[in-house]
Ligand binder design. Sequence first.
Ligand SMILES: [Fe+2]
Length: 136
Amino acid sequence: MLLKWTPLMELGINEIDAQHRFLFELLNCVHEASDQGDPERTKQLLEELGKHTEIHFGHEEDLMADCNYAGAEAHRQEHRKLFLQVADYIDELNAGRLVASSVALFMQRWMLHHMATADRELCAMLSHREARVLGR
Ligand SMILES: [Fe+2]
């Protein structure tokens, strides 16, 4: 299922929003490649998605560490759980028991939920902190 990015998904921290948006674009590309029956391209895009998801999680985790965020450990655990779950799905995919679009759909749903909860909380704290630093 292709998912269009909307401003409602923005959390107010530009770099995080840009990274989320890019991950959604990659997820849409996985769907398209999978629908077009192009396994090589699909595999390549899933690898790219994994790489960029890792970079993005690392970025959020660095931000949390920089400001001693109280919810950092729980948030990090959510990231780790996603990686473990996706690794299982990739094994299923490689064994031919799953299609790539199912992996992409799972990740879309996970992202939407994670963005609306853990990431929203993190970004609210970062926005608040930024406003304090700028004396707003
Ligand atoms: Fe996150």
